[in-house]
Design a protein around this ligand. Structure first.
Ligand code: IPE
Ligand code: IPE
Ligand code: MG
Length: 255
């Protein structure tokens, strides 16, 4: 596995941005908290499921747009480790939509050279879904194009706890000197270790919180909160977000 390394912060991260004609820069790695499906449905007097279903269409549109813009990695928060608190029927609907998405979109992703990966402990899902996800990851593993990371049963606290536990076990076994643990080593234990540094985090629906998403990785990411409900977020909305990112000045603590 290629660790991200603490060296990825600061100057090298700034240098990683792709300049685009007309100014601004395209972020290498964009993460989205896709929020507001329920409110989108409620506004239309529809069941929450209808909002989640429309949310899948938005995923398709936005991943296509991200590819067209040359965004190297897109990470989508699809199911948080706290979303198990929802009614069983809604959890099951969300799992059903994930199955549907894999069935309907995997061919296109494979064809488009997208490499699919998952962050979070999706092994807590039902065995058939785990098998589908594993198959989707395997089918796109040799692809060399953009990365699409789906956060499934993801929570930043759990991710960091696991990282701490793994490092502690190696220290206990005498193969790791605790004094040598640094940021790069922690990053090497995170689910995002194979992704570029996070440049831009977007949350839709007007909520302004991170809800346990990529807490470590967001240290120097630009945050963008938009009022648009996720099912209404499209390629143009992503282009606007990228343009807003392009005029941000990132300083990483320097001047
Ligand atoms: C986001 O939409 C989708 C998931 C969390 C899976 P919500 O379902 O949270 O929609 P709101 O926040 O109730 O509108
Ligand atoms: C965050 O949205 C999780 C996902 C988008 C998958 P939530 O709707 O679950 O977040 P809270 O509960 O409003 O913080
Ligand atoms: Mg929500």
């Amino acid at each position: 596995m290629r660790p991200l390394g603490a060296a990825s912060a600061g100057a090298s991260q700034a240098a990683s941005l792709v300049a685009v004609p007309g100014g601004g820069a395209v972020p290498r790695h964009v993460a989205i908290i896709m929020d507001g499906n329920g409110r989108w449905a409620k506004k239309r007097f529809l069941p929450r499921f209808a909002g989640h279903k429309a949310g899948v269409d938005a995923v398709r549109n936005v991943t296509r747009a991200a590819r067209a813009m040359g965004i190297e990695a897109l990470t989508l928060y699809a199911f948080s480790s706290e979303n198990w608190r929802r009614p069983a029927e809604e959890v099951s609907d969300l799992m059903g939509l994930l199955r549907h998405f894999i069935r309907s979109d995997l061919d296109e992703l494979t064809r488009e050279n997208v490499r699919l990966c998952v962050i979070g402990d999706y092994h807590a899902f039902s065995p058939d879904l785990v098998a589908m996800v594993d198959d989707a990851i395997a089918r796109t593993a040799a692809n060399t194009g953009p990365l699409l990371a789906i956060a499934l049963n993801y929570g930043a606290h759990a991710e960091l706890v696991l990282a701490a536990r793994r490092l502690a076990e190696r220290a206990r076994d005498g193969v790791l000197d605790p004094a040598s643990i640094d940021a790069a080593m922690v990053e090497g234990e995170l689910d995002t270790r194979d992704l570029p540094p996070l440049d831009l985090m977007i949350r839709t629906s007007g909520e302004q919180r991170l809800s346990n998403f990529l807490l470590w990785q967001a240290a120097y990411a630009e945050l963008l909160f938009v009022d648009t409900l996720w099912p209404d977020f499209d390629g143009d909305a992503l282009a606007e977000a990228v343009a807003a990112f392009g005029v941000r000045q990132r300083r990483y603590g320097g001047l």
